[in-house]
Write a protein that binds this ligand. Structure first.
Ligand code: PA5
Length: 397
């Protein structure tokens, strides 16, 4: 269950008439969204895809000890952040999934290469375009390692490609080599691809993806809340609150805030507008950015993700620690509000797979509405191409 509080610590920063006027356009914005091409993520996933993912999961589990996922941005953050949210901090005994492809660090890739030398691993390359530099470099390093260890037939058993149905180099390679492959549908972009094999295959190794899929579509009932959140964010922005800080109280949700930054950053940040997304993990960051939020430049609003109950019951001086953490969260919200920072609160009754999947759908819907409220195309990222072009030119010099 998810509860939203868009009012308690927000009201004084928003003109109620302006809110009512904007919110009254809800149906117009729903129609606008539905008229766009890239909304495959709002449609039901084919059950046959779930079965093929489960078949491949069984194949991976019974043949290999480790899956190396190669992808970046929207092609990795969804499943990575989900896994980080649930895996154990210590003595984690989940099936080993290594996420590579997000860095050109020689140190990281050299150490990964060494580590994999003695591992029985397979690789899942995830790239819709098939042209992403970081993904391609990491994939060729891993292929090089596979070539040193195995025959061509064995290599074929160890590569799984998730890419566009028809376009790009990776699809060409699948057609030539006969690798196991999955499709990222044409009408779904990277950061909106949570409910595709790009994320469901890596997640299937450790989670019941049926629960994830059910939870995700259950998120549809929050459409009004998603539009309300988008309206409030836009009105806060118009009121000079141009930075949104996603604040969590559970270290394991740090990467979920990274997913949120990517989702909102790439969706809204274009045409010289958009809210700049950042994040804090409390209470750690109360001892760093907390000072800025309380007394610094008043450019920020916060969106808290609160977890009401936990199964990890631990007492400190006869007080339940989770209760203490939540009391701290409520107190911090009041303190930041008193320092002119609006605070939005989103509360999950507990952190479980269904709730997090619902929340993912809620945020994707809000991000898409926000893009439309800012008058930009929510589903492209032309700015990212600029750096790619520069890099390409420099490397080809
Ligand atoms: O959200 C997006 O579309 C991007 O972040 C992409 O996912 C990212 O650039 C990776 O692209 P690709 O999947 O084509 O390798």
């Amino acid at each position: 269950m998810i509860k939203f509080d868009f009012k308690t610590y927000v009201k004084p920063f928003i003109d109620e008439n302006k809110f009512n006027e904007l919110y009254s356009k809800k149906n117009e914005y729903i129609d606008k969204l539905n008229s766009l091409d890239m909304i495959g993520w709002t449609k039901e996933i084919d059950k046959n895809i779930i079965s093929s993912i489960e078949k491949t999961r069984d194949y991976i589990k019974s043949n290999f000890d480790c899956l190396v996922v190669v992808g970046i941005g929207g092609s990795y953050l969804g499943s990575y952040s989900f896994h980080q949210a649930f895996k154990k901090y210590f003595n984690d005994n989940s099936f080993e999934v290594i996420y590579a492809g997000t860095t050109l660090s020689s140190k990281y890739l050299d150490e990964l290469y060494e580590y994999l030398k003695n591992k029985n691993f397979c690789v899942n390359v995830i790239s819709k375009s098939g042209t992403t530099m970081e993904t391609n470099i990491t994939y060729s390093l891993l292929k090089d390692l596979l070539k040193r260890k195995y025959t061509q037939d064995e290599i074929k058993r160890r590569i799984i490609i998730t890419t566009d149905k028809e376009k790009g180099n990776l699809r060409k390679e699948v057609n030539e080599e006969g690798y196991i492959s999955f499709e990222i549908p044409e009408d779904i972009g990277g950061r909106y691809s949570f409910i595709t094999p790009a994320h469901l295959l890596p997640l299937s190794l450790n989670y019941d993806i049926n629960k994830i899929v059910d939870g995700y579509y259950d998120g549809k009932r929050f459409i009004d809340n998603a539009f309300e959140y988008a309206c409030i964010r836009k009105l806060l922005f118009d009121n000079k609150k141009q930075v949104e800080c996603f604040t969590v109280y559970e270290e394991s949700l740090y990467y979920f805030t990274e997913w949120l930054k990517q989702l909102f950053g790439e969706t809204e940040g274009k045409n010289n507008t958009g809210i700049y997304p950042t994040s804090m993990v409390h209470t750690r960051d109360l001892h760093s950015l907390g000072q800025f939020v309380q007394e610094g430049n008043k450019i920020l609003f916060e969106t808290y993700i609160k977890i009401d109950k936990t199964n990890n019951y631990i007492k400190c001086n006869n007080e339940d620690l989770h209760t203490i953490n939540n009391i701290v969260e409520d107190s911090v919200m009041r303190a930041h509000f008193s320092g002119s920072t609006p605070c939005i609160e989103i509360e999950l009754d507990e952190l479980n797979e269904e709730n997090l999947s619902q929340l993912i759908y809620f945020f994707m819907l809000s991000a898409a509405f926000s893009g439309l409220l800012f008058g930009v195309n929510p589903f492209n990222q032309p700015g990212v191409e600029v750096y790619k072009k520069e890099v390409k030119e420099s490397l080809n010099k």
